[in-house]
Design a protein around this ligand. Structure first.
Ligand code: AR6
Length: 180
């Protein structure tokens, strides 16, 4: 599914975040110490090689909602933006902290003149954020921020399952209706 906000494309696809060669940056759902973990973080570090952890861990620890940027090493992208999502039920207010991840990632992308960026569904795995709730927060923040972006032209969310894709498609459809 693809929607346009001003000149910016918001795309939802099912797939693997480490296989987005047409994106200049991919966003990691990291841990506070920015060391190799599980989930999408594990996949990113595996694909990037050990140099990524050397660079990222020197930038940690970070707080929920924060984002930092590193090189992408053996990944087919130029940058990895590492975000720490909230742990659901622990880091409050979780919706604001989750929205901050997306906003802060876009700030870093704008600074570097990044035109294409791919996100995972931050916090919806190990950190336990229910997919439906996270989709509304993530896409709400993406739509809101998209209006203020000058450099970013393509925002892709890469969902890891058909059900996650469906949930995000429904949320994007609803948010775009409300937006009219
Ligand atoms: N491509 C796209 N999405 C993926 C991939 C992939 N290759 N692999 C998993 N997902 P999670 P979190 C989805 O747990 O909840 C790590 O240990 C997954 O299905 O990766 O923010 C870190 O080091 C889920 O929907 O991130 C932290 O300690 C989504 O990505 C902690 O987990 C996010 O799940 C962060 O937890």
């Amino acid at each position: 599914m693809m929607k346009r906000i001003n000149e910016i494309a918001i795309e939802l696809v099912m797939g693997d975040l480490t296989d987005q060669p047409d994106c200049t940056a991919i966003v990691n759902a990291a841990n506070a110490e920015l060391v190799r973990g599980g989930g999408v973080d594990g996949a990113i570090h595996r694909a990037a090689g050990p140099e990524l952890e050397r660079e990222s861990s020197a930038l940690g620890p970070i707080s929920p909602g924060d984002a930092v940027i590193t090189g992408a090493y053996e990944l087919p992208n130029r940058y990895v933006i590492h975000c720490l999502g909230p742990v659901y039920g622990r880091d409050e207010p979780e919706d604001e902290l989750l929205a901050n991840c997306y906003r802060n990632a876009f700030m870093l992308a704008e600074d570097r003149h990044i035109e294409t960026i791919a996100f995972p569904a931050i916090s919806t795995g190990v950190f336990g954020y229910p997919m439906e709730e996270a989709a509304v927060v993530a896409l709400g923040a993406i739509i809101q921020t998209a209006r203020e972006l000058n450099n970013v032209k393509l925002i892709r969310m890469v969902l890891h399952s058909r059900s996650a894709l469906r949930v995000h498609e429904d949320a994007l459809e609803c948010l775009c209706e409300e937006d009219k």
